[in-house]
Write a protein that binds this ligand. Sequence first.
Ligand code: GAP
Length: 470
Amino acid sequence: MTANAERAASMEKIVALCKRRGFVFPGSDIYGGLANTWDYGPLGIELKNNIKQLWWKTFVHRRRDIVGLDAGILMHPRVWEASGHVVNFNDPLVDCKTCKARFRADHLIEERLGKEAAGLTPDQMSEIIRTENPACPKCGNRTLTDARQFNMMFKTTIGPVSETGVDVYLRPETAQAMFVQFKNIMATARVKLPFGVAQIGKSFRNEITPGNFIFRDIEFEQMEIEYFVRPERAAEAFDAWLDAMKAWVGALGLQDAHVRVREHEQAELSHYSDRTLDFEYFFPGPMGWKELYGLANRTDFDLRQHQEFSGEDLSWFDQESGTRFLPYVIEPTFGVDRTILVVLLDAYDEEATVDVNGKADTRIVLRFDPKVAPYKAAILPLMKKPELTEIAKGIYDRIQTETDLLVDYDETGNIGKRYRRQDEIGTPFCFTVDPDSLDDGSVTVRDRDTTEQDRIAIDDVVSWLSSRVR
Ligand code: GAP
């Protein structure tokens, strides 16, 4: 395990870099922000799209057993009764009687009292809070209430008049639509067990959070798969998904020492789950190990519930044996925003160096895997002279028209500063057009990680780059 002290990354540095370079901005910034909301800027949206596309390619396009779905955020209110969210999707919260701030009771017990809170009931948490009487993290007074359950779903109303409208919820997970549309997919997609349905989309949870950047938002994106299997094959499918998720973590380029898999104890399991594993990431600072992804055996809980609540037969007819049964579901689930956060934390590096005047300096580098880097390369004319910018723009245009690789073009400022900017936004390669390019038809290519430079022919740039970043 990498000790925190050895890591260049800290949450504060990542938050500052994200704002400075346009990855992630605080939501509603000019109005003073809105707690736990974040907006992805010009580079953040490229990073996010690259991650989502890589996930879709890996789990949908490259597999013949998974089909896609893009369902609505608003669903029939009965969906959330059937799923158990109306009754079970609660956070245990405590209030401070003095300053009126509100906190998650389990987080307070873990972070302030250093005790394990997973699986405790609200009564057990209240007992600990009464006995230990911790100070309010905001005002310091020892005036915390008992823990009470609050439902985390956001409610809104369909219809112009709230009194006569229908109360609906913003979905708190993408998963349910895959169960609700199971029958339509069975009827149209020519699927055979085992098969999966994948979806990427927004989810909403009324989270009370200590503000760990995009780790826990109230509006976030999930990439989820519901994988339908014969009940007797569920354990085997679970193991296969564990391997597939490990391979995904490897493809993102995360360091092995920063990721571990933890089995949920019985008391910690969600109401729908028979077995759950968390992929945990070792966050810098006080956060330490926290959930990144989850893998659950949801049994036939969801299909059984929706069958009962909707009155529709959701069973699978097995041609071979002539029998009907409800398939079991293995669910690998991935948070998009958490993926972005760990990719940033893992890629962040600082290198001691000297500037052009020989003074000590620090080079900040995001060592992104080229697959997810927002820009795959930057095209830089050494000087802003028409004969150089014309060649540079020609290279840029060729890459944009002949490939689907996004590259940057930058002609302003000194070349050292432009390299540093590209290092800090994680661009793997810079192509520099200089006066020699006019004579020898080649450019300098600089490697982000080593800063080594080489010359390559302008005609080879497209194929050279394509082979390096795929
Ligand atoms: N369908 C199962 C489900 O939603 P979950 O553990 O509640 O399970 C799945 O969420 C994943 O979604 C988490 O592992 C995490 O990556 C992400 N996630 C959950 N809540 C989040 C939040 N408030 N902000 C950002 N990501 C979140």
